[in-house]
Structures are given as C-alpha cells and as structure tokens.
Design a binder for this molecule. Structure first.
Ligand code: B30
Ligand code: ZN
Length: 262
C-alpha cells in the first residue's frame, strides 16, 4: 500500500497538511481534554455497547498500526446511546502508542498522556451504504477511545499481544477469529464526547468521539510486544520500529466537550 504519510521526521503529523489541508480544519482530532472545561450533560444517555455476537476476522499490520477487523454485514456488534442518534457498527479496532512510557496516547487529559490508546471504530450503517462513504460524512463514524495505563495488564489484552508476532511487518495479515473486544472495556463507561476527525490521513471530519474516562491497564511486557512491530515491510532493507504512531492534540477551535458525569 503506497501511503506517503507516516510518523517520521519528514512525513509525520506536522507535514500532513501539505497533502491533506483539512489537517488545519475546524474539528480535528485528537484534543487535550480539560475536565474542568467539559460540560456535564445530564440529558446525555449512557453509552450502550452490544458486542455479544461479535465476530472478528483477522489481525493485520497496515504500516501505521495493528488492526483487528470485524464482519460488518449486519448489526451484530454495535454501539449506541450517548451522543449517537442511532446504532453504529463495529468495523475495526487498533492502537496508538509511544516508544517510551512517557507518551503514546492521542487524546490527553489536562496535558496528561497515557502509554497507549485503543480505538474501536464504528460506522453509521443506518445512513450510509459503505464504511468508505460513512468515513467521509459528518455523522459517519463513532470512535470509542480507551486510554491504556501502565499496570498489571487488563483482562484479555494478552490475546492481542500474543498475536502480534504474526503481523510484525507492514502488509502482514493473520487469521484472528472469535475475539470479542468486550473483554477490553473498563468497568465504568463514563465518557467525554466531542465532534472530531480521523487522527490519521485522510483526516476526514467525520468522527463523533467518545473517550472513556477510565483507563485499562497494560503491562511492560505487553507494551514491549507492541514495540516489536515494524512500520516497514519484510522486503525493505531499512527496518523501522512501529512506535510513536500518535498525532498530538489539535486546536479545540471553539468546540464543546461534553461529559456524561460530574
Ligand atoms: S482513528 O480512529 O481516528 N485513528 C481510519 C479509521 C480510524 C482512524 C483513522 C483512520 C480509517 O479508516 N482510515 C482509512 C483507511 N485506510 C486504510 C488502511 O487500512 O490503511 C486508508 C488510508 O490510510 O488512507 Cu492506511
Ligand atoms: Zn486511531
């Protein structure tokens, strides 16, 4: 896949605007969330996550992250409630992380960064025919962001980290059936929500962000496995470790962040 963007000196976040001018748009992501400035909305329904009949397909390295994809032909795994007007279907999840533990998340909370951030990407199949169509529409996507902090390792995260050796190189894909991401959720689903964008090119302003306040835990050993992945393909001579694949916070530009909790 011939992406010309990346996370390096030359092709990283500060260069993206040259090929993707929307990088300087009015609803870009991620952002720094300031809890004191978020507006508690008592009429915001709870977020409802229904992954009961969820079917994962494969795990892959797309050259910017590791991605687990789902069958999205019907409404078997959906998110609804919160700021969403209808159910959104799970398409994939992926991670962003740092090279060291001092950074890695895309969203920050009062300037605090986490070691990693999990994104569960859902699309509006009520209003759009395909994921691609939804990804370019203002109400097309809903991404559930979950912070990961250093600790004992959460639930079944090891199922993912133990599979990473199979997708070390860019372009590699491995079978990954029967994984239910329900096991990756924290116990409390309180959240912040705001209108934003994809955090990677094409940076479309199509995402309703739902960022959970409660982080999940990832161990040192598990983070080391993420950092064994490579941005480069097997045939490339220059091996580049996959790390620091996060975009820094973008200007809020007058947007309101709403909180589901006081
Ligand atoms: S994120 O959650 O905001 N980080 C996409 C989805 C979620 C986010 C970012 C991007 C997305 O669907 N991007 C378009 C898909 N890719 C295909 C791919 O797998 O690899 C196309 C592309 O970038 O232009 Cu490379
Ligand atoms: Zn992401």
């Amino acid at each position: 896949t011939g992406h010309k963007w990346g996370y390096g000196e030359e092709d990283g976040p500060s260069a993206w605007h040259k090929s993707y001018p929307i990088a300087q748009g009015t609803r870009q992501s991620p952002i720094n969330i300031v809890p004191e400035e978020a507006v508690y909305d008592s009429r915001l329904p709870a977020i409802s996550i229904n992954y009961d009949n969820c079917t994962s397909l494969n795990i892959s390295n797309n050259g910017h992250s590791v991605v687990v994809e789902f069958e999205d032909m019907d409404d078997r795994s959906v998110i609804q409630g919160g700021p969403l007007e209808n159910a959104y279907r799970l398409k994939q999840f992926h991670f962003h992380w740092g090279g060291k533990d001092c950074d890695g998340s895309e969203h920050t909370v009062s300037g605090k960064t986490y070691v990693s951030e999990l994104h569960l990407v859902h699309w509006n199949a009520v209003r759009y025919r395909t994921f691609g169509e939804a990804a370019a529409a203002p109400d097309g996507l809903a991404v559930l962001g979950i912070f990961m902090e250093k600790g004992d390792g959460h639930g079944d995260l090891h199922t993912i980290t133990d599979a990473l050796y199979m997708v070390k190189f860019k372009g590699s894909v491995a079978n990954f059936k029967g994984f239910n991401p329900k096991c990756l959720l924290p116990s409390n689903l309180k959240f912040w929500t705001y209108p934003g964008s994809l955090t990677t090119p094409p940076l479309h302003e199509s995402v309703t962000w739902i960022v959970l306040a409660e982080p999940i835990r990832v161990s040192d050993k598990q983070m080391a496995k993420f950092r064994m992945l490579l941005f480069s393909a097997e045939e490339e001579e220059q091996r580049k470790r996959m790390e620091n694949n996060f975009r820094p916070p973008q200007p809020l530009k007058g947007r309101t962040v709403r909180a589901s909790f006081k």
